[in-house]
Design a protein around this ligand. Structure first.
Ligand code: GAP
Length: 514
């Protein structure tokens, strides 16, 4: 029996806790809203995802290098970047439930509901007609055309209101769409207000000479302010990229859905500096490249889609999300943004330093344009772990819980077990662990029956289990059991390293990208 999405999502959250993936921050003090800690397995999975991204960006591209900038930056950075003035979310409160919402999210969710209705009509028609032309159906079916017109009207009004900064019109749109508060069920809304998302703190003693500084809300600015340093010291020629991973902080108004929207999270960003006029070409290139990277994880092609932005961030000329089908629906996973020369120009102006590139091909200087790829590491983690978790019913009615993580990302690559705790089997198993641990995180386990040990590793997501039995002492072979198929094969001890290298190394994933 399949679970309702909300129940499945609750299972994901409790599985993450039970198996040492994610704990609520400061749980013994009842937690801190929208802040989470990664446990012993979570930290490994997160590190493997980060490494895969880093290698795909920096190692596979000769023209991309990495940096690690500080979280604290000179406060003028955020004035120049526009975050002090424009990094706002429009918020609205329901007066009856006293719950606060992002006005744009309320409208987007309303539009998504109408889109769902269209998709249902399309699916119904697909089943009814043998030869089915979807584009024709969408443009001629009365009900679908009516829904689509409604969506276009809402989107157009919304875009115009945001571009004009007309918050009254945003509220009016919420009223006209008859959007109700999911808690109180009423339409008793406050006015829409803007709310800045940056956290601030003080450097120096808290006295007159103390200075307000911000916790960075995106890692990108650390790259922009280092553009010249890297370009000159690395003798980089345009086009080239700078990649960075690290923490970012946002005082999110609506911080729900576990690690999907956090107040402290990690970003993996890459700014690609290009010659003005070539930015559209590179925007398309990075849209394709990043989708290909996501698809390589094998979580299912149909779980991804592009979504072009209606509301552009203050820096963007064009922007698109790669969305993923989370347990609570399709949502943004990664953003690809064409940022023009906005950031470098702003930093030139505010710092008084030239941030230009001398193009030896054209013999002239210019401020490069930037195409950015920006993905949240925690969101990626959620997309991977929620697609991996499944409950299987085996022959005979027994069930098993499997975390079918991509093997190259799994925290533990192999569990090594002696079949029983005597006759020299533990010693051989420990010797195998000592050998493999130079390359991989492997664990030794001798507790409980071997079937139970397999189940434990299935639930953690360990792709392979290696069992040492009496035959191993005679012929130097072991049983290698694969998590997903549960198939067991006998392999030579001397082949173990090569097999793991083929099946669970990051190399096995990186190979699919080239
Ligand atoms: N430098 C561009 C930038 O920061 P963004 O769309 O605001 O763009 C990029 O963020 C990515 O960072 C998002 O696609 C998402 O994966 C992640 N992200 C943003 N806010 C987040 C939050 N509060 N919690 C977790 N991840 C977040």
């Amino acid at each position: 029996m399949s679970l309702k999405p909300e129940d499945f999502f609750k299972n994901v959250i409790s599985h993450c806790k039970e198996y040492g993936y994610i704990f609520q921050s400061s749980e013994i003090y009842d937690g801190l809203s929208a802040v989470y800690d990664y446990g012993q397995n979570g930290v490994e999975l997160k590190k493997n995802i980060r490494d895969y991204w880093w290698k795909a960006m920096v190692q596979l591209h000769e023209n991309i290098v990495g940096i690690d900038a500080a979280i604290f930056m000179h406060p003028t950075t955020w004035k120049a970047s526009g975050h002090v003035d424009a990094f706002n979310d429009p918020l609205i409160d329901n007066k009856d439930s006293k719950k606060r919402y992002r006005a744009d999210v309320l409208i987007e969710e309303h539009v998504a509901k109408i889109e769902d209705k269209i998709n249902k009509e399309v699916e119904k028609a697909k089943k009814r007609f043998e030869s089915f032309d979807e584009a024709m159906f969408r443009s001629t079916n009365g009900r679908v055309v009516e829904y689509q017109t409604k969506i276009n009207d809402i989107n157009n009004r919304f875009k115009a209101a945001l571009n004009a900064g007309n918050l009254e019109e945003v509220k009016q749109l919420i009223i006209d769409c008859e959007i109700v508060c999911p808690i109180s069920g009423t339409r008793n809304w406050t006015d829409v207000r803007q709310f800045n998302l940056m956290f601030s703190t003080q450097v120096g003693s808290v006295s007159e000479d103390s200075n307000t500084i911000y916790l960075r809300p995106e890692t990108a600015q650390g790259i922009f302010v280092n553009y010249s340093n890297v370009q000159k010291t690395g003798r980089m020629k345009i086009p080239f990229g700078i990649a960075q991973t690290g923490k970012a902080f946002r005082n999110e108004i609506v911080a729900r859905q576990f690690i999907f929207r956090m107040r402290e999270f990690e970003q993996m960003e890459m700014q690609f500096f290009v010659k003005p006029g070539t930015e559209n070409e590179w925007y398309d290139y990075w849209k394709n490249n990043r989708l290909k990277w996501h698809l390589s994880l094998g979580l299912g092609d149909k779980n991804y889609r592009y979504h072009d932005h209606l509301k552009l961030a203050h820096y963007a000329k064009a922007a698109c999300d790669i969305e993923f089908q989370f347990p609570f629906g399709f949502k943004e996973l990664e953003g690809i943004h064409s940022r023009s020369d906005f950031d470098l120009m702003q930093h030139e102006q505010f710092s008084g330093k030239k941030l230009q590139y001398f193009d030896t091909d054209d013999n002239k200087s210019y401020v490069p344009y930037v195409v950015e790829t920006s993905v949240g590491l925690d969101r990626l983690f959620l997309s991977i772990i929620s697609s991996a978790l499944r409950e299987e019913t085996l022959e005979g009615g027994e069930t098993r819980t499997v975390l079918g993580l991509p093997p190259a990302l799994a925290p533990i690559k192999a569990g090594v077990f002696p079949l029983i705790k005597r006759d020299g089997l533990p010693e051989l198993a420990e010797k195998i662990v000592a050998d493999l641990k130079l390359d991989y995180l492997v664990i030794y386990d001798e507790k409980d029956a071997v079937g139970k040990r397999y189940r434990r590793q299935d639930a953690i997501g360990t792709p392979y289990c290696i069992t040492v039995d009496h035959q191993s002492l005679e012929d130097h072979t072991v049983t290698l059991r694969e998590r997903d198929s549960m198939q067991q094969v006998r392999v030579n001890l001397t082949d173990l390293n090569r097999i793991l290298d083929e099946k669970v190394s990051l190399k096995s994933l990186l190979r699919t990208l080239i």
